[in-house]
Ligand binder design. Structure first.
Ligand SMILES: [Zn+2]
Length: 82
């Protein structure tokens, strides 16, 4: 495979992770992923980022504010200036 074809496939990995590719392209990218450790690594990173973003999205704003307030109170208790 030449570098241009590989670059095109590599750009499709994110769409593959999102299941946004038409079936034919999905099959083509899937076959490439089976043979290319670099693109498989990209896929793993993309999936890990998506999982992290999902988790962040599920955190309730109140929980985030409470955590910040607790951290602030802890710093005050330790004598730090806010
Ligand atoms: Zn590749």
């Amino acid at each position: 495979m030449n570098a241009v074809a590989h670059r095109r496939l590599r750009r499709s990995v994110s769409a593959f992770a999102d299941a946004e590719l038409p079936r034919l392209d999905r099959t083509r990218v899937g076959r490439h992923l089976a043979d290319c450790p670099g693109c498989r690594n990209d896929l793993e990173v993309i999936r890990a980022v998506k999982v992290s973003l999902d988790r962040l999205g599920r955190r309730r704003p109140v929980a985030v504010a409470s955590a910040r307030l607790a951290h602030f109170a802890q710093r005050l208790g330790a004598g730090a200036t806010p």
